[in-house]
Design a protein around this ligand. Structure first.
Ligand code: HEC
Length: 183
C-alpha cells in the first residue's frame, strides 16, 4: 500500500519543517551572567546625560535593537538589553558637583556599568517574590570587569515597583523623547 508511506513521508516533512521554524533555544541565565556587549556605545540611545546630582553621577543609557522595538503600550520584547554607564562627576573642593557652562554636571570617570536583559525563562533561580518579570541584572566596574560583589537583590528591590513600566525606570521619559528628540 502506498498511502501509509506517503503519509509517513508527509508527516516527516512536516516535522522537519516545524523544527526548522523553531527558534534557537535561549541559554538560561541568571543575575551576574550577562556579558558586557563590546559594541553597546553604537546601540540606539535610551536616554543620555541623565543628571543625578544626588548620586554625584551622570548616566548614559543604551538599548539593543530588540529593546528598540519596544513600545509604551507593550513594553520591551524578550531579547531586550539595556546598558547604563554610571559616570562619576567632577567635584569642587567641598565635594559638591561642579557644573559646566551649559549648567550640566561634568563627567569625570566611568564608575560602573549596569546591564539588564530579559528573555524567556531568565532569572529562573530567583525566588518568586523577587522576580521582576524575566529581567536579570549584571554589574560591571568602570574598567569593564565583572563586579563580583554586586548585590542583585538591591537591583531587583529598586526596579520592582516599576512593574507597570516593564521594570524600566524613565520609561515615560524615553518614549516622550522618542517623539520630541527623534531618539
Ligand atoms: C536605589 C535604586 C536603584 C538600584 C539599587 C538600582 N537601580 Fe537601576 N536604575 C535606577 C534608576 C532611578 C534608573 C534610571 C536612571 C537614573 O535616574 O539614574 C535606573 C536605570 C537602570 C538601567 C537603565 C534602564 C532603566 O531601567 O532605565 C539599568 C540597566 C539598571 N538600572 C541596572 C541596574 C542594576 C544592574 C542594578 C544593580 C547592580 C541596579 N540597576 C540597581 C535605580 C536603581
Amino acid at each position: 500500500m502506498k498511502t501509509p508511506t506517503l503519509t509517513a513521508l508527509a508527516l516527516g516533512l512536516l516535522i522537519a519543517g516545524c523544527s526548522q521554524m523553531e527558534s534557537k533555544p535561549v541559554a538560561q541565565l541568571n543575575d551576574g551572567q550577562l556579558s558586557l556587549p563590546g559594541d553597546y556605545r553604537s546601540w540606539p540611545k535610551f536616554l543620555t546625560a541623565v543628571q543625578r546630582e544626588d548620586a554625584k553621577q551622570v548616566r548614559d543609557i543604551y538599548m539593543n535593537a530588540d529593546a528598540k522595538k519596544g513600545s509604551a503600550d507593550k513594553g520591551f520584547p524578550n531579547g531586550s538589553v539595556f546598558v547604563m554607564e554610571n559616570w562619576a562627576v567632577k567635584l569642587d573642593a567641598d565635594g559638591k558637583p561642579v557644573k559646566g557652562a551649559d549648567g550640566k554636571l561634568v563627567k569625570d570617570k566611568l564608575a560602573a556599568v549596569f546591564v539588564m536583559g530579559k528573555n524567556s525563562g531568565w532569572g529562573g533561580n530567583v525566588p518568586e517574590a523577587q522576580r521582576n518579570g524575566n529581567w536579570i541584572y549584571t554589574a560591571f566596574k568602570g574598567n569593564g570587569e565583572l563586579n563580583g560583589e554586586a548585590k542583585y537583590e538591591t537591583c531587583r528591590g529598586c526596579h520592582a515597583p516599576l512593574k507597570d513600566k516593564d521594570f524600566v525606570f524613565r520609561y515615560d521619559e524615553h518614549f516622550a523623547a522618542v517623539k520630541t528628540a527623534g531618539y
